[in-house]
Design a protein around this ligand. Structure first.
Ligand SMILES: Cc1ncc(COP(=O)(O)O)c(C=O)c1O
Length: 508
């Protein structure tokens, strides 16, 4: 989809915001120089933060060790359980031969912590693993280095660690067998619509109703629109992101087959509280709809309740390491389909799921491959081993740096709102605001396209949020002055600088 070639080079009413921000970034780069651009447009945190350092160093140790265990002369698969003590001795010797003593010492400490982390997670997942099991899952067929086709459901070690992580954070049971790994959350989203749309089971076809919140992460709007689905929307309270008591009553006798929830939300950055989740769960039950819950920002709020806590039998949950581990490039995400959902939704979709699939979870596994929804490439559609194991290192060894990152991000939120002179509503990661809320009357009269370009010329890049809103919301009020700022991509002083530039510009 090309951008409208008007006097600004784009039209906020119709053009894809993810294409517009590239134009704005180019303007900013040309005007102030790449190094001075204050880019608040991108949702991936890799521009402001790096992945965990400790776990990256440890991962490099695992890859180095892999060269010891898997080479022309030997292959890890030939080892046997009885050799655990010998393997541990070899690992210690390898570390001491390869690294300076203090580095070897650090790595061996991390090795102990990593193995203990996996073994404890496995225990909580009702698997009794020892060190050999951990080593086997890392080094069999050089998994850690991507030396083989991996399990398309996800390597067992990965599913064990991630399921345990979710069980702790969501305060509800998630089993490793509930997981189907995908190439990040976006692959899960694409797979979902491919599996159930016209090219798959035909459960969700043109004219069927799907309920979604407004505003929402733009690709969902695009997907629903391009598939000819009937988009029903509910608006959230702009102050706090919650549903009101009567939010769902307003839908009358509409009958959505599917409800898409993004919680925590993009673009507003708000999390749904228990009251909102209960309202949604009750509505979903009333209309007997499936829920697709995209929770890629949940890990920033451990302990927060998910819709999974209230609508367990009808929710397919999506999560990923992308944002919390500053590791979008690992492409490690997953579907979570707990047993209750697998049973209930498989029954709900009776007659739609292809005969080759045992149930809905298996169907998602089949559908996630490249090509059709019927799984021509099932054996090659795994998340690469290096991405999986590096991510596990992040999860297990990353707690301290993760906490620091979350804290810095919180400081960015505070600085941003203070700098703009707007009230911070407790939203996180993203900030959506109306430029008119801080503009002078004269600036309000200037087209939003011009304002975005003027800000870009001053080095500040924002993503326009107009099309994140539903048609109804856009008809009810002009949303072209709404923008989204993404706060994990700048240092605190850069955030302060960006807010200052925006405020000075809009108030001049
Ligand atoms: C709500 C939401 N879902 C999915 C994604 C995509 O995540 P991933 O990089 O894991 O594909 C994003 C990225 O911005 C997002 O904000």
């Amino acid at each position: 989809m090309a951008l409208t070639q008007n006097e600004y080079g784009f039209d906020l009413k119709v053009d894809n915001p993810f294409l517009i921000f590239r134009v704005l970034a180019k303007v900013a780069q040309e005007k102030v120089g790449v190094d001075k651009v204050l880019d608040l447009s991108r949702g991936d945190p890799g521009y402001g933060f790096a992945p965990n350092s400790r776990s990256r160093k440890f991962y490099s140790f695992l890859v180095a060790l892999d060269t010891h265990f898997n080479n022309f002369d030997t292959h890890f698969k030939d080892r046997v359980v009885g050799e655990e003590a010998e393997l541990l001795r070899q690992i210690d010797a390898f570390a001491n031969e390869t690294y300076k003593p203090e580095v070897a010492n650090e790595l061996m400490k991390d090795f102990t912590e990593f193995c203990a982390g996996v073994i404890e997670a496995a225990h909580r997942q009702e698997l009794e693993w020892n060190h050999f099991d951990v080593l086997f899952h890392l080094f069999k067929y050089a998994t850690v280095s991507g030396g083989c086709y991996h399990d398309p459901y996800g390597e067992l070690i990965s599913r064990v660690v991630v399921a345990d992580y979710h069980s702790q954070n969501l305060l509800t049971s998630v089993k490793y067998s509930d997981l189907v790994l995908t190439h990040g959350a976006s692959d899960a989203i694409g797979t979902f619509f491919k599996a159930f749309g016209e090219e798959g089971s035909k459960w969700l076809v043109k004219g069927d109703s799907v309920l979604i919140t407004s505003p929402v992460y733009f690709p969902y709007m695009n997907i629903l629109k391009s598939r000819g689905l009937n988009i029903l929307t509910v608006s959230v309270n702009p102050e706090n992101g919650q549903f009101d008591e009567d939010t769902f009553e307003k839908l009358g006798d509409a009958k959505p087959k599917l409800i898409v929830l993004v919680d925590p939300d993009n673009p507003t950055g708000f999390t749904k509280n228990e009251a909102s989740l209960k309202l949604l769960a009750a509505y979903a039950e009333k209309v007997d709809a499936m829920i697709l819950s995209d929770e890629v920002y949940h890990s920033f709020h451990p302990g927060k309740k998910s819709i999974l806590n209230f609508a367990r039998n009808r929710t397919i949950r999506i999560d990923a390491r992308s944002k919390i581990e500053r590791a979008t490039g690992c492409r490690f995400g997953e579907f979570i389909v707990v047993d209750e959902a697998n049973t209930y939704l498989t029954k709900m979709l009776k007659g739609f799921i292809p005969a080759s699939a045992e149930d809905i979870k298996h169907y998602l596994y089949i559908a996630k491959g490249p090509g059709s929804a019927f799984g021509e490439f099932q054996h090659t559609t795994f998340v690469p081993g290096p991405g999986q194991i590096l991510s596990l290192c992040h999860i297990i060894l990353g707690e301290k740096e993760r906490a620091k990152y979350v804290d810095l991000l919180k400081q960015n939120m505070e600085t941003w709102y203070a700098g703009l002179g707007l009230k911070w509503g407790g939203n996180f990661y993203y900030s959506q605001f109306d430029m008119n809320a801080i503009s002078t009357d004269a600036k309000k009269k200037i087209p939003a396209e011009r304002k975005l370009l003027d800000l870009a010329e001053r080095g500040v890049v924002l993503i326009p949020a107009n099309l994140f809103f539903s048609v109804e919301d856009r008809e009810a009020a002009d949303r072209r002055n709404y923008v989204r700022g993404s706060l994990p991509n700048l240092t605190n002083s850069q955030v302060a600088e960006a807010a200052k530039i925006i405020r000075e510009y809009l108030q001049s």
